[in-house]
Design a protein around this ligand. Structure first.
Ligand SMILES: Cc1cc2nc3c(=O)[nH]c(=O)nc-3n(C[C@H](O)[C@H](O)[C@H](O)COP(=O)(O)OP(=O)(O)OC[C@H]3O[C@@H](n4cnc5c(N)ncnc54)[C@H](O)[C@@H]3O)c2cc1C
Length: 371
């Protein structure tokens, strides 16, 4: 988010310094499911406007960063069960394709059990009822952050990593004192710190509004040779019926399996991958692909991230991925959102900065200029 704002602001002629306490992309943006997607599962929670916006952004990212964002065909698989579940998923993918409009990437329709096995022979031993095919995009999340930062720097932004600045809100702006004593003064400050938002706001002595209530998600990867999928798979976990994914990444010879979605009190700097979470993901793939005998020994990598979700009541999985921009004097706080919508959110944030600076800024060009 910070990278997106820095790029957009620098492209519109503002003087920009980005302060990052680790390295860019170190936070949530390198721990995602790596999908540039509308979010088919948000259709279940009725977030139609969000899905439509994210699908439009998916198309923009495919256009401006084709080396980092690529289309992927998904099979939504359903185990034996009520026929109306099949109908429901069929309607869901058809709606998903319709919401993408002319930007839809290919087929969106229900598929019979035979059709699923024809497309993905690895499903031959699974007790399937049927399913559906739909299209999405997957992305190199950390690559996207780095490309965005590079672009910001080409347009004149300064990026300071490993930066532990003391930032104070003053009359008419903010001042950041770096560890070597250098003071950077600015007329506006954007707080784009994902799951650290409330902590950073406390340090700035801003009102404690409890904006972000993160949920933790973990992923594991297994070698593609152990699970040689040619499609991404969306499935319901056999335990709690949550939607999760198995996404092949042929360029890395691996399949990403995820994710969990649970409330957490862990600080975002020190997240753990619990054995129970790994077992939860493994159980789903073992159940779906009984012939593959996947076990803990097949896991190549595992990671955890915290979703910087807007704080609101309700089960973790049903919380909205919408965002909020909060203007308080010289400070603009961005909370919520998704990796997929980072560019449009950044555009909106810089529009707000123009208002705060009382300047007429040129229109954003981040949707046109390639990354
Ligand atoms: C498990 C999981 C799966 C997800 N999958 C997807 C997906 O497939 N598609 C999608 O669109 N979205 C996905 N998301 C959501 C998406 O990853 C996040 O919404 C997005 O990455 C948040 O970006 P951000 O810049 O707001 O936060 P972050 O990427 O966390 O960046 C915040 C940065 O602020 C820095 N920081 C913190 N405090 C300070 C300070 N005091 N001074 C300076 N710097 C500071 C941190 O070091 C960090 O680098 C997923 C999230 C999770 C957790």
């Amino acid at each position: 988010m910070g990278a997106g704002v820095a790029r957009d602001a620098a492209m519109r002629g503002l003087s920009v310094t980005l302060l990052e306490k680790h390295t860019v992309g170190w936070g949530t943006s390198s721990r995602s499911s790596r999908l540039a997607h509308g979010g088919i599962r948000y259709l279940e929670t009725g977030d139609i406007a969000l899905v439509r916006e994210a699908l439009a952004e998916r198309a923009t990212l495919l256009r401006i960063a084709p080396q980092l964002v690529r289309p992927v065909s998904f099979l939504f698989v359903l185990e034996r069960g009520a026929w109306w579940q099949w109908l429901r998923v069929g309607i869901g993918v058809t709606l998903y394709g319709a919401l993408a409009g002319r930007r839809a990437l290919g087929a969106h329709h229900p598929v019979t059990r035979g059709g699923l096995v024809n497309r993905e022979p690895l499903l031959a031993r699974t007790p399937l009822q049927g399913g559906a095919i739909y299209q999405d995009a997957r992305c190199d999340d950390i690559g996207l952050v780095r490309a965005t930062i590079q672009s910001a720097m080409r347009h004149g932004a300064t990026v300071i990593e490993h930066c532990h600045a003391a930032v104070a809100v003053e009359e008419g702006g903010v001042a950041a004192t770096l560890s070597d004593g250098t003071v950077i003064r600015a007329r506006t400050l954007v707080v784009a710190t994902g799951p650290w938002t409330d902590a950073v706001r406390r340090d700035l002595a801003l009102p404690d509004r409890q904006l972000v209530g993160g949920t933790k998600g973990i992923h594991i990867t297994v070698p593609l040779a152990r699970l040689p999928l040619s499609h991404a798979i969306a499935l319901r976990h056999p335990g709690d019926q949550r939607v999760m994914f198995c996404i092949p990444e042929p360029e890395h010879d691996q399949v990403v399996i995820g994710t969990t979605d649970t409330d957490t009190d862990e600080p975002p700097d020190a997240l753990t991958v619990a054995d129970a979470d790994v077992a939860y993901l493994l159980r789903a793939v073992q159940h779906l692909f009984p012939g593959r005998d996947l076990s803990e020994a097949d896991i190549v990598d595992r990671w955890a991230g915290v979703r910087p979700l807007l704080r609101q009541p309700g089960a973790a999985s049903s919380r909205s991925r919408e965002h909020l921009m909060l203007r308080e004097g010289a400070v603009l706080t961005i909370a919520g959102g998704k990796l997929t919508t980072y560019r449009s959110m950044a555009e909106e944030a810089v529009d707000r900065l123009g208002e705060m600076l009382e300047r007429t800024l040129p229109a954003s060009r981040t949707a046109e200029e390639l990354l």
